[in-house]
Design a binder for this molecule. Structure first.
Ligand SMILES: NC(=O)c1ccc[n+]([C@@H]2O[C@H](COP(=O)([O-])OP(=O)(O)OC[C@H]3O[C@@H](n4cnc5c(N)ncnc54)[C@H](OP(=O)(O)O)[C@@H]3O)[C@@H](O)[C@H]2O)c1
Length: 289
């Protein structure tokens, strides 16, 4: 649900590096198993070097899609691609820093060209910073906005006109239950996920009848390197494989919004009805400096 380690993106990088060293990268996303053929011939998954992205990519490849794997850590992408290929699947790697939106758009268009048209684009790469507002500065916030907002939007829109022209395609953004309301010590993360959710909603409204499907996936807490360092309780925590199956099922059904697990999704949805004065008092009591 929430993401990031106290201290910002640089410290998060070290969490990721540690996770890779401990084997929490692609290998932790579970074995490749056979699945019913997916409805996509080609798919791009960003943030595929770890956690949910690695697991989604494996699952799509097991269903027969040729997957383009994108993230910064090339060696983890190569490992995952090798694992997919040895299981009989097809994968190509595209190492890149997606926090540059102009370069990201060019990359996604290149992938579209090289794979003969993308059927599915999943903007999954994301980071977060958990920090009390009184200690926030732009330096801490910017990496989250650059990747979770600019990078995601650039990924989702890069080949959208082409999909509309082809009258088919599916774009998916991984937002979060943390985007329903402002979570304590998560201003940049919560707000970036709220932006993404509303952006996807507008796209959905506009794209009705074009043949292009838009899905907003809003997970609760999933055990990945992203939440390794979270200092607070994480109710209804899911394992990556379980979360992946829920995501794939919802995306395959062409759902507008896939929010899970349902008890937490219901609580956060209902929390929107709580007036600001009460919300601030209750949530303010949860934060620690
Ligand atoms: N885990 C949860 O509880 C949870 C809950 C709700 C939503 N989510 C969302 O799910 C998505 C995946 O998160 P996760 O939990 O799977 O975390 P994760 O294991 O830390 O994976 C994050 C991925 O993003 C990539 N990434 C980070 N910075 C990047 C950059 N500048 N350019 C390109 N790729 C970059 C990372 O790869 P490199 O470091 O190799 O670049 C990694 O593959 C995120 O959008 C997150 O907000 C997670």
């Amino acid at each position: 649900m929430n993401g990031g380690a106290e201290g910002g993106a640089n410290e998060r990088k070290s969490v990721s590096a540690r996770s890779a060293a401990e084997g929490i990268g692609p290998a932790s996303a579970g074995p490749i198993s056979s699945h019913a053929p997916s409805r996509w011939r080609t798919a791009l998954v960003t943030g595929a070097s770890s956690g949910l992205g690695a697991s989604l990519a494996k699952r799509l490849a097991a269903g027969g899609a040729e997957v383009a794997l994108c993230a910064r850590r090339a060696e983890l992408l190569e490992e995952l691609a090798a694992e997919i290929r040895s299981a009989g699947g097809k994968a190509r790697i595209y190492p890149a820093d997606l926090s540059d939106p102009v370069a990201t758009q060019a990359l996604v268009r290149r992938v579209d060209d090289e794979l003969g048209g993308l059927d599915l684009v999943i903007a999954n790469a994301g980071i977060g910073v958990t920090r009390w507002a009184g200690k926030l500065d732009w330096e801490a916030i910017a990496p989250t906005v650059d990747l979770d907002v600019s990078g995601a939007v650039a990924t989702l829109t890069a080949v959208l006109p082409r999909m509309v022209e082809r009258k088919r395609g599916h774009i998916v953004g991984i937002s979060s239950l943390a985007g329903y309301r402002g979570m304590p010590r998560s201003a940049a993360y919560s707000a970036s996920k709220a932006f993404l959710a509303v952006f996807l909603e507008s796209l959905r409204v506009d794209l009705r009848g074009t043949g292009v499907t838009v899905t907003d996936v809003r997970p609760g807490f999933v055990r990945t390197p992203l939440i390794d360092a979270n200092p607070y309780p994480m109710p209804f925590l899911l394992e990556v494989e379980d979360a992946t199956e829920r995501m794939i099922r919802g995306i395959e059904q062409g759902k507008a919004v896939v929010a899970f697990p349902w008890p937490l999704a219901t609580i956060v949805r209902l929390s929107r009805l709580v007036p600001a004065s009460l919300y601030d008092r209750v949530m303010g009591g949860l934060r620690t400096r």
